[in-house]
Design a protein around this ligand. Sequence first.
Ligand code: GDP
Length: 351
Amino acid sequence: MKVLRTPIVAVLGHVDHGKTTLLDRIRRSNVTAREAGGITQHIGATEIPLSAIKEICKDIWNVNVVIPGLLFIDTPGHKAFTNLRRRGGALADLAILIVDINEGFKPQTEEALMILKTFKTPFIVAANKIDKIPGWQSNEGMPFMKSYAMQDEVVRQRLDNRIYELIGELYQRGFSADRFDRIRDFTRNVAIVPISALTGEGIPELLMLLVGLAQRYLEKSLRLHVEGKARGTVLEVKEEKGLGLTFDAILYDGTLRVGDRIAIGGVEGVIVTHVRGILRPRPAKEMRLESRFKSVESVTAAAGIKVVAPDIEGVLAGSEFEVVESDEDIKAFEQRIKQEYQEIAIETDEE
Ligand code: GDP
């Protein structure tokens, strides 16, 4: 049987609409969920294993999935995300587009939506901050449907009106959307899940729909098997004390090993170097050890890692890299990068 890799999820949306709060909330979860399977901190990402997701969704769990969990990219702003491409698309397999339900669409919501459209990234809309709807009575961590049923009729009406406005905004931009509980075909319609990143309401449904969506796309187009060459996208180039220049990256395919020769595509052309070290964050309980990182010999996709490599001065956030074994590999990589940058430029122009 093929080994399925963890789908990569990005959270996008207008500034202050709640991206950071949502990621924090999912990361912190409740203790049982954490103990259920160990939420793992990566470099620039957080991995939520399926067992922890099931624990968060336990009241409503009704899907049968085979993915190992979800890897959330911690990218704070979507600006960086525009560069975070990977072979033939966006870095993320799936996305959450977060919108403050009380504010509706804003310029960066719009931009994020266009990025998702360009890359054909499946996404769910999280209509955030429902706890701020006048009269809303919060129920910590509760599924949305349950909390909604407990609200006054007038409050439910307020929420519904805002959801209709969101449906309208999405419709104007070519998306057929609806509140998630009214959707049958999740590959044709965009689901809107009302949530509160602050109280955790609606997060069970949001996570369950994400894994459901991953599962559906997995049967179709998502390439989620751990196979082939190690490939990744650079998140950031950083100077680290005692290590020199390093880059943080999301490995989205294959297995990367210390000693591997890699090609990295930058604006100035392709850099060929080799992996001197692969670092992962140390678990919190080992933090007393002097380094924040621990060294590993190899890592398998999907993962957030720090790579130590010589000659990476010209590397930029958003650069692609892959393992190369021969000069032909390097040439092929160069060709591919060139072509992909052109294709993306054309697609973006057409918008
Ligand atoms: P980001 O810029 O998208 O990352 O937004 P933040 O997560 O930093 O949130 C911006 C502000 O909105 C912060 O003060 C949060 O505490 C607040 N906020 C985020 N989500 C919620 C929510 O669900 N309910 C309420 N009441 N406030 C929220």
